[in-house]
Ligand binder design. Structure first.
Ligand SMILES: *Cc1c(COP(=O)(O)O)cnc(C)c1O
Length: 258
């Protein structure tokens, strides 16, 4: 078994974003080549949570075209201060933030309940928004994690088919943390096999698998990932006291900027 190559120096401030992006790009291409896949099958989502708009703007100018945020309000506050880009919501979608989320995000990676799917269908019908949607699956049944269980995700697919409104494109997972990327391989494979089973059972097409982060994205690509969500390997380590959206007296007001 060959060792998966690691990033050369993940935390040194001496390395520019361009260099990190270049290194990640090369590792993505190598993983695609190893598994007989085309580079165009994998979307790099640059996860910029906690990083200020200046840093994110520089990243976009350096070639990061798809940005990922895990909180709706952080994306909404940041995006207007950055050059134009595609924004993906990689964190759970809270039911009371759906309308706000639809004003920015074109891909929702982590919808995690039937109730949320029904709300999404209703609000999409009202607003005409049509984001791509993936369902988060709690592949290891961790009590601390969001997501459908591998069994209950069927209820999610059924809800989507009943409502006929949401564009479901695939599944997403965050496996339990481990220092060994190979330990995540069975989880990634399980998500792919679950996807295959759902496609058969419901006669639907679910082309997307959002899986793989800084520590394990190469293994995820080898197991079929179409979206890798990478933060630390691109931006460096996130620190405490990171950037937060400015809140005014009316705590909802930053949602209202155009
Ligand atoms: C933060 C985050 C990532 C990126 O994690 P890194 O290890 O920094 O690459 C990916 N996915 C989700 C859902 C996240 O919240």
């Amino acid at each position: 078994m060959t060792q998966t190559p690691r990033a050369p120096e993940e935390d040194s401030g001496a390395i520019s974003f361009e260099e990190r992006l270049d290194a990640v790009e090369r590792r993505i291409s190598a993983a695609c080549a190893r598994s007989g896949r085309d580079r165009s099958e994998v979307t790099l989502v640059a996860v910029c949570k906690t990083w200020p708009p200046e840093i994110v703007s520089a990243a976009i100018r350096a070639g990061a075209s798809v940005l990922g945020e895990n909180r709706v309000q952080e994306g909404l506050a940041k995006a207007p201060l950055c050059p134009s880009a595609e924004w993906h919501l990689i964190g759970a979608l809270q039911r009371n933030k759906i309308r706000h989320a639809l004003s920015l995000f074109t891909v929702l990676h982590a919808v995690d309940s039937v109730e949320c799917l029904h709300d999404l269908a209703r609000i999409q019908a009202e607003t005409g928004a049509r984001p791509d949607v993936m369902l988060e699956v709690n592949v290891a049944d961790e009590a601390t994690k969001h997501g459908f269980s591998p069994q209950s995700v069927r209820d999610g697919v059924r809800a989507v088919l009943d409502d006929g409104e949401v564009r479901l494109v695939g599944l997403m997972c965050i496996p339990p943390w481990t220092p060994d990327p190979e330990a995540s391989r069975p989880r990634f494979r399980a998500l792919r096999e679950l996807r295959d089973a759902l496609e058969k059972e419901f006669s639907v097409s679910l082309p997307c698998l959002s899986m793989g982060m800084s520590g394990d994205f190469e293994v995820a690509i080898e197991e079929g990932a179409t979206h890798v969500r990478i933060g630390t390997a691109l931006f460096g380590r996130r620190t405490a006291g990171a950037w937060k959206p400015q809140r005014s007296a009316d705590s909802d007001s930053y949602f209202l900027q155009p």
